[in-house]
Design a protein around this ligand. Structure first.
Ligand code: TRP
Length: 363
């Protein structure tokens, strides 16, 4: 059973919009580092279109068109199709089949306690107290389908944002229950969260808790230089910091939270960024201290942030331009990645059916 010891990464995103810098620091940047580390036997990145349909069933065009957007975001962020496999969830029929068997191992009450699902039900107006028709069963069960995603590819590590913790925990419970009833078959995964709180949850440019397309407070990986600059220069900061000489607050200040994510401890190039664009400071804490003391203006900090973001976004834009010239090759990347992933899922499903004693026509 040396197969069990393979180190496998699975992550994914719902294709419901272009990816923004919150996705980048929350998981995309780390995926590229892990991919290039050579420490993993397999890196799989899934476009979760079937999951996206659980709350966008009435908008198939949106899901379809964003498959290409998200794939271009991945490739331009540095996902290398020679090292990672990008796959499309709905094209792997083994996933819903596994989901069906896992459904027996999860109670309605357990699903109702999932904090991410709870918050989403509220946000989407699915609750029975609201005008909607209630919660669609497919949506309600998506944590089980996500457990199928993770276990089908025998993922050991799931790099994701903290909102995915309940999904990975649910998966671990299913794995333990499955293995204890039917015998050792599935692999238990672990979540890998970004180090800094800033990277775990980047607020919107307006300071609201989350970047969200509907709030119009996102900086997208595909934004051009001018758009990024306009967005950065109009970002919220500390409302009490009126004059340059006033002491300012750095906690809860979105400009400093972005700097923490892009020029703080999670940023591999933090030192160079200060040397090049803010040589008066050795690191972010020194700049923060100056702001808190007073005497450091918002415009100056925002200009630094804009340079810092451009340093990350420039290579991303260049790679995007290359891939956009040959979209057919991007489709081939998706096809190859999906085929590769399906072979693994088929093997897992066959193991699962054997353990469950439903392998009547094969040994
Ligand atoms: N739920 C994830 C999100 O909303 C997407 C997802 C689906 C996923 N299946 C996954 C992430 C498996 C990691 C592993 O972003």
């Amino acid at each position: 059973m040396s197969e069990k010891k393979r180190k496998v990464i699975l992550t994914g995103d719902r294709p419901t919009g272009r990816l923004h810098i919150g996705h980048y620091v929350g998981s995309l940047r780390e995926r590229v580092v892990l991919q290039n580390s050579g420490a993993f036997d397999d890196v799989l990145i899934m476009i979760a279109d079937a999951q996206a349909l659980t709350d966008n069933w009435d908008n198939p065009e949106k899901v379809r068109s964003n498959i290409m957007n998200v794939t271009l975001d991945y490739l331009s962020a540095g996902i290398d199709p020679k090292k990672s496999h990008i796959l499309i969830q709905s094209q792997i029929p083994e996933l819903p089949e596994l989901t069906q068997y896992y459904m027996n191992l999860v109670t309605v009450q357990r699903l109702q306690r999932n904090p991410t699902v709870k918050a989403e039900i509220k946000l989407r107006g699915f609750s029975e107290h609201e005008e909607s028709q209630g919660t669609p069963v497919g949506f309600f069960c998506y944590p089980i389908s996500q457990a199928a995603d993770i276990t089908a590819f025998r993922a050991t590590v799931v790099p994701a944002g903290e909102d995915q913790e309940p999904m990975v925990e649910q998966t671990r419970e299913i794995v333990r229950k499955f293995n204890s009833i039917y015998g050792e078959t599935l692999v238990e995964p672990e979540i890998l969260l970004p180090k800094s709180a800033a990277s775990r949850r980047l607020p919107g440019t307006d300071g609201k808790a989350k970047m969200s397309k509907s709030l119009g407070n996102c900086i997208y990986l595909s934004d051009d230089e001018k758009t990024v600059k306009t967005k950065v220069m109009s970002m919220f900061t500390d409302p009490g910091h009126l004059k340059v000489s006033d002491p300012g607050k750095t906690e809860g200040n979105p400009v400093f939270i972005y700097l923490e994510a892009f020029a703080g401890e999670d940023a591999p190039n933090a030192k160079q960024l200060f040397e090049e664009y803010a040589p008066d400071y050795q690191n972010l804490s020194e700049m923060e201290e100056h702001y808190r003391r007073g005497g450091l203006g918002d415009v100056k900090v925002k200009k630094f942030l804009n340079n810092v973001l451009e340093e990350a976004l420039r290579p991303i834009r260049a790679r995007r331009a290359e891939y956009e010239k040959d979209l057919q090759s991007v489709i081939e990347i998706l096809k190859d990645g999906t085929k590769y992933a399906e072979d693994i899922a088929a093997q897992t499903l066959s193991d699962v059916k054997k353990s469950m004693q439903i392998n009547y026509f094969s040994a």
